[in-house]
Design a protein around this ligand. Sequence first.
Ligand code: ADP
Ligand code: MG
Length: 317
Amino acid sequence: RAIVRDIDMLGEKSLLTKITIFNPSIKPKPTAEVDPTIFEKRFLTKYRALGEGHFGKVELCRYDPRGDKTGELVAVKSLKPEKQEEQGTNLSREIDILKALFHENIVRYKGICGQAYKLIMEYVPLGSLKDYLPRHKKDTSLATLLSYSVQICKGMEYLGSKNYIHRDLAARNVLVENERTVKIGDFGLTKCIKDNEGYYTVKDENDSPVFWYAPECLTQCKFYLASDVWSFGVTLYELITYCDSSKSPMTCFLDMIGSTHGQMTVMRLVKMLNEGRRLPQPDGCPEVYELMRKCWDQKPERRITFTALIKELSNML
Ligand code: ADP
Ligand code: MG
């Protein structure tokens, strides 16, 4: 009777706690069950910056709970302070998408850290293709470039099979694991397409990578899986030119448009694409250029698919 009265006096909230604590049927979680995707900020040491894009910055860190430098190296993506307000939901969406993707050519999600939801992913040591290729021209053969292209297509084919469109496929967003292996990264603009729609409508055009975009993206803000194929064609062009900035898609398109036209640039780009003009053939490799042209068909439904690209590119190897 005395016990009942004591418990009554504890009030509802503490009563619950009390019962939980003393309930012998509920065992405390063994430490092995600690969620391995939650990274504690205090164990994360920053080494150096890995890169920056439109929205985020990525840093190399060591996660070292034991404090003896045996912990693993990870890449930590956070939003730039000035982008946090508007993009906060984007990073958490990127996290949700990446979490569900398992493919050898897609950067591996590891977890999150802190309230601001930093994204923890595997560290891909050689950086983006855009940084890597200009510096490794000599030791990268055409066959290797084609093998990278096949790997990108395989990652994209997988992404498409999950009903996602990437919307930002470009050499700057492909990471180099080692001399033989590349992985697609940066899922910040990725969108899930509803099965009955097949495209995604962009509302915010501020950060659109316009020179990688298909005409329907520029004119109607529609994104299909086939729009990713167009962007892959531009990425393939970047690979074949070893990401030489003097031949970059932006440099070339601006050349073709004729100087800069500020606000008019996108309009003039669209006009030029509508006239059937395309990026020029890089030196040599006419067969690869033919594939690029199949990615750049004006009509999305007539473009080659990632599955067909894998076949054709593999045949060239
Ligand atoms: P944003 O969304 O701002 O474009 P990204 O995810 O593309 O950010 O990352 C920016 C840059 O950081 C990349 O171009 C690349 O150089 C580098 N980077 C990104 N993720 C990794 C990673 N997992 N390992 C190594 N470098 C990375
Ligand atoms: Mg990026």
